[in-house]
Write a protein that binds this ligand. Structure first.
Ligand code: UDP
Length: 238
């Protein structure tokens, strides 16, 4: 496979074309951003951790029946993925109140929810990714009703699988964000990234934050925390 032109550069990843029109070449960067790009830093080693962790999760999910865009790792910071057209929605699953939900609804950070919930955010930098209702998704034509229901079903299935895996490793899965795409055959598949940049992970015993909140909240040792997640995953079979 040959790495072709840069197709798109995002906040944390670069996407290149390849000589196969159905395959993209993803490079995970060391750049960290938060608050819609207002806060920025370079964190040496973050790209490698996220590439390895995302590859692990995608493999684990596939082995447990959740198809996704991941193909294979090609270097410590790079992986091949199937080319899909990303649906401009962020699908967030929450087990506990945290982050924007805790703030919006005045809930204590860490409060257990009676059941996992799914939220949709409209991916739009200008609008700062607003929370969006199912009717909004429908009338804006962002996804069909079937696609929306399928995204919810898969998101909750991912929550069960990731939650179980992380619990075994002594980590609480607080919440996470997924993105979906449509493949050339029109099928909806899980895509993008699953990593400490896109999940909240808390150590079960100590409550230590092991995710991007270390960067957002200036807690320090960001990459060390990501490495701790990777070290725990690495020792297990997917
Ligand atoms: N999230 C993400 N990308 C975003 C917004 C949120 O990966 O653009 C993840 C975030 O890391 C957390 C979950 O989605 O695991 C819920 O985030 P929240 O809505 O609480 O927003 P935050 O306060 O983290 O910006």
């Amino acid at each position: 496979m040959i790495r072709g032109d840069l197709l798109y550069e995002g906040k944390a990843k670069k996407l290149y074309r390849t000589d196969d029109p159905n395959v993209l070449w993803v490079e995970y960067k060391d750049d960290a951003t938060a608050f819609n790009g207002e806060k920025k830093a370079q964190l040496a080693g973050k790209g490698e951790m996220n590439n390895r962790i995302a590859a692990f999760f995608f493999r684990y999910l596939r082995e447990n029946g959740v198809d996704n865009h991941f193909l294979q790792e090609v270097s410590p910071t790079e992986q091949w993925v199937r080319k899909v057209t990303i649906i401009p929605l962020e699908v967030v699953v929450r087990n506990r109140a945290a982050g924007s939900m805790a703030k919006r609804l005045g809930l204590e950070e860490g409060r257990m929810l009676p059941r996992p919930i799914v939220e949709f955010y409209y991916k739009n930098d200008e609008l700062k990714d607003p929370l969006i209702t199912e009717d909004h998704i429908d009338v804006l034509g962002l996804a069909t009703v079937d696609q929306r229901e399928e995204m919810k079903r898969i998101a909750l299935q991912v929550n069960d699988l990731l939650g179980k895996k992380m619990q075994e490793l002594g980590v609480t899965l607080v919440d996470f964000k997924l993105e979906f795409g449509i493949d050339p055959d029109g099928r909806l598949i899980l895509a993008d990234e699953i990593s400490p940049d896109t999940c909240r992970f808390w150590d079960v015993k100590t409550g230590k934050v092991l995710d991007k909140d270390r960067f957002r909240r200036d807690l320090g040792n960001v990459v060390e925390a990501y490495r701790e997640i990777w070290n725990r995953l690495e020792g297990t079979t997917p």
